[in-house]
Design a binder for this molecule. Structure first.
Ligand SMILES: [Zn+2]
Ligand SMILES: [Zn+2]
Length: 283
């Protein structure tokens, strides 16, 4: 029986296991295909690929997960079969990471100068499976009792034009999709449940080159999986899936390989990648 997991995080982003440890664990659990999809980072791909060579029964797909911004919040875009050495991809990801961290640090510095010190490590903890941002700074300010509500943190200190505001680099989901595509990758919308105006967003993203959506995700209920699979079908997109395993807490987290990803998911991805490389050799 094949067991697949195309959404995994290592210690290169916010997971616990190193890329090599993650690969070893997948092999130990009897998984047949995995992808490492660290946040805004491809540094784990080379060591994971090297580790995967030891396990001939385990297929390794190079991947990543890019955090992007829309007017209604953060949206994550997965990339599969990316060329992790693509210079543009590597440069842009580094710029994104530096900008996010640098911005949060600068805001914390300003707040401290204003007499409201908060702990950087704690702010990072609050960000969990995402990039460090203003909501986490607001939360830390509230916990310290400097403000009463998250809204107050924004309106008094960290909204645009307020004294602790610092601008940052932004990337839209469409830009992330184009970046992934230019790095020979296949772009997939991550955990789509709960994204406002999903239908409208998807139309824009398909035009940008999106090829799939995550359907078999973590603990998504069957009814949601069915409706997402229907939506993917309607738009000519493929369905992918994975556990979004971080190795943080095995008693509460969905274990890698347990997201119920059907085997045809990898077959479809392989078919897409063969199709796109065929196209590029014909051009
Ligand atoms: Zn995500
Ligand atoms: Zn993730």
């Amino acid at each position: 029986m094949s067991r697949i997991d195309l959404h995994l995080h290592s210690s290169i982003s916010d997971g616990v296991l190193s890329p090599a440890e993650l690969v070893a664990k997948a092999a130990e659990l009897g998984l047949t295909a995995i992808s490492l999809t660290d946040h805004d980072n491809v540094d784990g791909i080379a060591p994971a690929m090297e580790a995967a060579e030891k396990y001939p029964c385990l297929a390794f797909i190079p991947g990543l997960e890019i955090s992007t911004d829309t007017s209604t919040g953060e949206v994550h875009v997965l990339g599969y079969y990316i060329d992790h050495t693509n210079p543009e991809l590597v440069t842009v990801l580094k710029k994104l990471r530096d900008s996010r961290l640098g911005r949060a640090l600068k805001m914390i510095e300003k707040l401290s100068e204003m007499g409201m010190p908060i702990d950087w490590e704690h702010v990072k903890e609050l960000s969990g499976d995402g990039s460090v941002g203003r909501p986490h700074i607001a939360q830390a300010l509230m916990e310290k009792g400097y403000i009463e509500t998250i809204k107050e943190a924004f309106s008094k200190y960290i909204a645009f034009g307020r004294p602790a505001y610092v601008p940052r680099e932004k990337m839209t989901p469409a830009e992330a999709i184009e970046l992934i595509t230019r790095a020979d990758g296949l772009a997939v919308l991550a955990h789509p449940l709960g994204i406002p105006n999903l239908d409208t967003l998807l139309k824009t993203l398909v035009r940008a080159g999106l090829i799939g959506i995550e359907v078999y995700y973590k603990d998504y209920p069957t009814a949601d999986r069915e409706s997402l699979a229907g939506l993917a079908d309607k738009l000519g997109l493929i369905a992918t899936g994975g556990s979004d395993y971080h190795g943080l807490d095995d008693s509460t987290e969905v274990m890698m390989g347990e997201a119920g990803v059907p085997p045809y998911v990898v077959d479809n991805l392989i078919a897409m990648v063969e199709n796109s490389s065929l196209k590029s050799t014909l051009l």
